[in-house]
Design a binder for this molecule. Structure first.
Ligand SMILES: Cc1cc2nc3c(=O)[nH]c(=O)nc-3n(C[C@H](O)[C@H](O)[C@H](O)COP(=O)(O)O)c2cc1C
Length: 353
């Protein structure tokens, strides 16, 4: 049976699947543009988005990243035609405000923001048409962010992304909470939906909720729709596509991963992350890795240059520059189920039948 479209205000995605932002360099214009073209919502990751312009990037990461936002968005839209394309911006990013403003200026349809609570996101998008969503992992976080937006900005979210403990990349759970959170996530989802409904009704708007983390099949989607969600966000599965912007070296890590290779690991951001075991993970379990060069990717509040176990930008850049064995390969809990490289169209068609 065909899925119901996902409506976010005046935006309508034919297929209620958002492709989750994946940094550094995993979801750029090709993946995001193609997901949007096939009826989903394509999300570009802003994390070091300009890294491909190597010389310029090394000299001036901020300026190069800001320029790349416009360039990548334009290219994604050229592929997507009338499709919906947006950005993922992490709160922990240095110059968060500048990145958000640039995404809005580029014409972003949506901005999804997590890795911290995006308390001032409404201020930076102003009265633009860009739709905004916080990423939350608990009812408590949902309450805090929606209450803050209501009080400070007299508005609510356009949609909300709930990210559960099976997601890839940084997680909104402490390491020792992850197992318990897996068991109790459905309850949490129901509670978050109630909170979102209350704020929606206060502002007389409908606020769809989308679930992310471990969604892989149509059955998974049906499960979250039955709980009251109106869509899902999926990232890991889209790595196994020809359109994904990551190099083959990175995709091969997914293809070769076994269940036990997918591990929870530490990150300078302070949150645990999920990644595929390789020489890099073994090394950081043994020792800290000195920083070669700081590209100021995270705010000082989120990254203490003196005490971090390794540099997150360096680790992620290695993994997209042909050295995935010695870089950080973020992946969701289901990455071991990615066994082939297919197309975005094939995945979305399979999910929508
Ligand atoms: C390789 C990779 C990179 C990611 N990078 C980011 C990121 O830069 N910002 C972010 O908010 N989430 C990031 N995520 C999380 C995804 O956007 C998504 O919410 C999550 O992985 C969904 O779970 P799934 O991968 O099981 O589908 C990343 C996930 C992966 C797998």
């Amino acid at each position: 049976m065909k899925l119901e479209p996902l409506k976010i205000g005046d935006l309508v995605a034919k297929i209620p699947v958002i492709q989750g932002g994946m940094g550094i360099g995993i979801s750029l214009h090709n993946l995001a543009g193609n997901v949007a073209k096939e009826g989903g919502i394509g999300i570009l990751s802003v994390a070091q988005i300009g890294y491909q312009n190597k010389e310029k990037f090394e000299k001036s990461p901020l300026r190069t990243n800001l320029e790349a936002i416009g360039e990548q968005f334009k290219k994604a839209k050229a592929i997507a035609k009338d499709g919906i394309v947006g950005f993922n911006v992490m709160v922990a990013q240095f110059h968060y405000d500048k990145y958000i403003k640039k995404c809005v200026e580029a014409g972003a349809d949506v901005i999804i923001s997590g890795a911290g609570l995006p308390v001032d996101l409404p201020k930076f998008v102003g009265d633009s048409k860009t739709k905004i969503a916080p990423i939350v992992s608990s009812a408590k976080a949902a309450k805090v962010i929606l209450r803050t937006w209501a009080k400070r900005y007299n508005r609510t979210a356009d949609f909300v992304v709930i990210e559960g403990p099976k997601a890839g990349g940084h997680l909104g759970f402490k390491k020792d909470q992850i197992e318990a959170a897996i068991d109790k996530m459905d309850e949490e989802v129901t509670e978050i939906i109630e909170i979102v409904k209350k704020y929606g009704s206060d502002f007389n708007v409908h606020v769809p909720v989308v679930f992310a983390g471990g969604v892989f099949t149509r059955e998974d989607i049906d499960h979250y729709l039955a709980l009251g969600c109106e869509g899902v966000q999926m990232a890991t599965r889209f790595v196994g596509t020809v359109e994904c912007d990551a190099p083959d070296d990175f995709k091969n890590k997914y293809l070769n991963a076994k269940k036990e290779d997918i591990q929870i690991t530490k990150s300078p951001v302070g949150l645990p992350g999920r990644a595929i075991k390789n020489s890099f993970i073994e090394r950081i379990n043994r020792e800290d890795i000195p920083i070669e060069k700081c590209r100021a990717c995270l705010s000082f509040k989120h990254c203490d240059r003196k005490t971090i176990p390794y540099c997150i930008s360096e680790a992620l850049l290695h993994s997209v520059e042909g050295n995935a064995e010695n870089g950080l390969v973020f992946a969701g809990a289901n990455a071991y189920r990615v066994n082939e490289i297919t197309t975005v169209k094939a995945i979305l068609e399979e999910l929508n039948q």
